[in-house]
Ligand binder design. Structure first.
Ligand code: FES
Ligand SMILES: [Fe+2]
Length: 411
């Protein structure tokens, strides 16, 4: 246990992750110079508060900028605007700093914590019952060997996928049982362990005239599959987590979004203010500080997301396809496909630039994702705190929870 700059030393610039009697906690110094300790989990979307900042003694969450005073009361909730009413439940779980001091120790890296198994449809991870009844992207097409086979990981099992067989098969490592189906669709090989509740997701722009396809580096490792998708369908984090790339502070108050709910999909459209750092037609000094994009989200159960961005000032459109694979509890993969279109077309260098930009943006997301302690996505609405800015993510949780708890005998 090494000494921490907590007692009598100047206020640390950043909150400190500590462990108090086996509980992960965050310590900071409030506006009165008093040391404060709280559980290291934000009441909103459970992000680690130790990844945040201390602004005027208020502990500010890195994800959506909720800000808490020394008593743990939320004082700012940017997405609902200054007139919005902050819910009374927006409070930190405070620990007694004096008591805590005796046992305060630097927290181990989150990777050392063992994930808690998801045992019911209240939480989503790779062992949540019901996930077998969907199509899952398991490999990119170019990963299939010359003999047509590829070995993949899905839902805690290894599978041997044989694609060119008269009827393609996927055999699970445990007992050699056969999956319901194998498909090649978009840039991926998909497996449905059991009869799927939803079809493969369509993408109209795929292969379309004027659309350029690029792929991003794969993210794979200690990630929560549901958290990864939830992150990508959330627009309220842009001004905070993406302040370095396109997040515009004037976009903090989210406009009301239309949310359209289907049997296994949710669609939402909104228009947000951005900074156009990725306007490849303008020199850096000439880029519009105020720009807008219309965003059309289409989530498809269980873990796939289509996002279309139409740029008003810059022109052109980008389609981003997020394909998340639940490999095993506490382990997930995200493959991202990018489709770009612009009335003036692109040079190769411009396309490379755009890919690099999107890569930087997703890197900002993954940096925080890697710091979550509990990798499960809560599906029970009481496990998090929602505001009107969270309509899309709440609706996705509701649809997913309903599908996962459906009785197979009745479908
Ligand atoms: S503000 Fe902390 S998770 Fe959203
Ligand atoms: Fe993001």
């Amino acid at each position: 246990v090494s000494a921490l700059p907590l007692d009598g030393t100047p206020e640390p610039a950043a909150p400190v992750a500590v462990e108090v009697g086996g509980v992960r906690a965050v310590a900071w110094t409030d506006a009165d110079g008093r040391r404060r300790v709280a559980r290291d989990v934000c009441p909103h979307r459970r992000a680690p508060l130790s990844a945040g900042t201390v602004v005027d003694g208020h502990l500010t969450c890195a994800y959506h900028g909720w800000s808490f005073d020394g008593s743990g009361t939320c004082r700012a909730l940017p997405a609902i605007g200054p007139e919005g009413r902050i819910p009374g439940r927006a409070r930190l779980d405070m620990l007694d700093a004096a008591d805590a001091l005796a046992t305060l120790a630097p927290a181990a890296p989150v990777g050392d914590c063992s994930p808690i198994p998801a045992s019911s449809a209240d939480w989503l991870d790779a062992d949540t019952p019901g996930l077998g009844r969907f199509w899952h992207p398991v490999a990119r097409r170019d990963e299939v060997g010359t003999d047509g086979t590829v070995e993949v990981e899905l839902l805690g099992e290894r599978w041997l996928v044989d694609t060119p067989a008269a009827s393609a098969t996927a055999l699970r490592s445990s007992g050699g049982r056969r999956a319901w189906g194998v498909a090649q669709h978009l840039d991926h090989v998909w497996v449905a362990p059991e009869e799927p509740l939803a079809p493969l997701p369509p993408v109209d722009e795929w292969g379309g005239e004027g659309w350029h396809h690029r792929t991003m580096h794969r993210a794979e490792g200690r990630f929560g599959p549901g958290l990864l998708v939830d992150n990508q369908l959330d627009a309220a984090h842009f001004p905070f987590l993406h302040a370095e790339t396109f997040g515009n502070p004037s976009g903090a108050v989210l406009p009301p979004a239309e949310v359209e709910r289907g049997a296994a999909t949710v669609i939402s459209t909104m228009r947000v203010a951005i900074t156009a750092a990725n306007d490849h037609r303008a020199a850096p000094g000439e880029r519009t500080a105020q720009a807008h994009r219309t965003m059309r989200y289409r989530w498809e159960a269980p873990l796939w997301l289509y996002l279309r961005l139409d740029y008003e000032e810059m022109g052109g459109s980008t389609v981003i396809l997020f394909s998340v694979t639940p490999l095993a509890p506490g382990r997930a993969r995200m493959d991202v496909d990018l489709l770009f279109s612009h009335p003036h077309g692109f040079t190769e260098a411009e396309l490379d630039d755009r890919v690099a930009f999107e890569h930087q943006v997703v890197g900002e997301d993954l940096g925080l994702q890697a710091r979550f302690e509990d990798l499960r996505l809560p599906l029970d609405p009481t496990l998090e705190l929602h505001t009107r800015a969270d309509r899309l993510s709440v609706t996705v949780r509701q649809v997913l929870r309903g599908l996962l708890s459906e009785d197979p005998a009745e479908s």
